[in-house]
Design a binder for this molecule. Sequence first.
Ligand SMILES: Nc1ncnc2c1ncn2[C@@H]1O[C@H](COP(=O)(O)OP(=O)(O)OP(=O)(O)O)[C@@H](O)[C@H]1O
Ligand SMILES: [Mg+2]
Length: 351
Amino acid sequence: MFKFLSGLFSRDIGIDLGSANTVVYVKGRGVTIDEPSVLAIRKMGNKGRKEVIAYGHFAKKMIGKTPVGIETIRPLQHGVIADFDMTEQMVAYYMTEANQGRRMMAHPRVAICVPACVTEVEKRAVVDATLGAGAREAFVVEEPLAAALGTGLPINEPRGNMVVDIGGGTSEVAVLSLGGVVISNSLRTAGEDLDNAIISMMRQNYTLSIGDSTAESVKFEIGSVIPLEEELEMEVKGRDLMDGLPKVVKVTSNEVREAIEPFICRIEDMLRYAVEQTPPELVKDIVDQGLVLTGGSALLRGLNVRFSDAMNVPVHMAEQPLLSVAIGLGKLLETVDRGDKISITVDHSTV
Ligand SMILES: Nc1ncnc2c1ncn2[C@@H]1O[C@H](COP(=O)(O)OP(=O)(O)OP(=O)(O)O)[C@@H](O)[C@H]1O
Ligand SMILES: [Mg+2]
């Protein structure tokens, strides 16, 4: 009852609960929160009680630098909840923040995204975490559908719309027509696997040990998936595995490309398989209109060119790859009350 009453004063929100980033859209306001899905915790006493000491950007800065007793946690791995309590706390925190810090009023209706590949049990866990965090209703929306809406694809028309979302923990492709998903495929391979591949390459080629954040910055600075006109290089600092001392080495974009290549090939295979499954009339539309590429990893140098060559279709970059899922959720929220017809499959749960 209290949730219902206080919910009347809170705005509907959409949450893109990603493995790497959590983005919150508040109805009528737009995207208000865009933070890494990371928490820092302090272990209290012998019973292992955990106290959260930082969320988002602050917590991400602590990765690999924490003293004894403090730990950083990524509660979502490859698009699914790996740590239920921490996910619930993170969602509660961002819901309160979205409500401008008014915790008492933070009982909104929430539309939340899950990758298309999650099982019913994993989907239920997301709903439970959202309700546990204080939402009065939780709608689960498939990520490719929100991504397609967010990138502005005319998904309600009778034409094949293909969207490819390469995130931190999952890569997804979907073909949509007449407001629904015709086919979708997911792979639990994405940006974080590329970071791990860079860590392994540095170990093998240079006996250099580096952390996750350094690997990610190598990917940002010199990562590419096609040969570059002028290959790039950068200095990478870490610990030498042979003598345990600090070491600096120069790494080239060629080496990084070679390290991440197997993962890019895997994603390309998923895209080809999706086209094989798509009805021919819709394939024809995709050949004409091309596909839309979104998700943070879409920003990897040359990924659009690479996919265009592999699939033989034009590839268009989303305007805001890191935000398109949340923007799509926002479009759903903005239209639902106005009674616009968007036929989507959503799971709906309330308390
Ligand atoms: N400029 C860039 N170049 C390469 N990769 C990038 C760039 N910017 C962000 N990324 C990568 O994008 C990923 C995060 O993307 P995104 O926020 O879409 O993922 P997510 O939605 O949290 O994850 P998922 O949907 O897989 O659960 C990270 O792995 C990050 O390293
Ligand atoms: Mg995502």
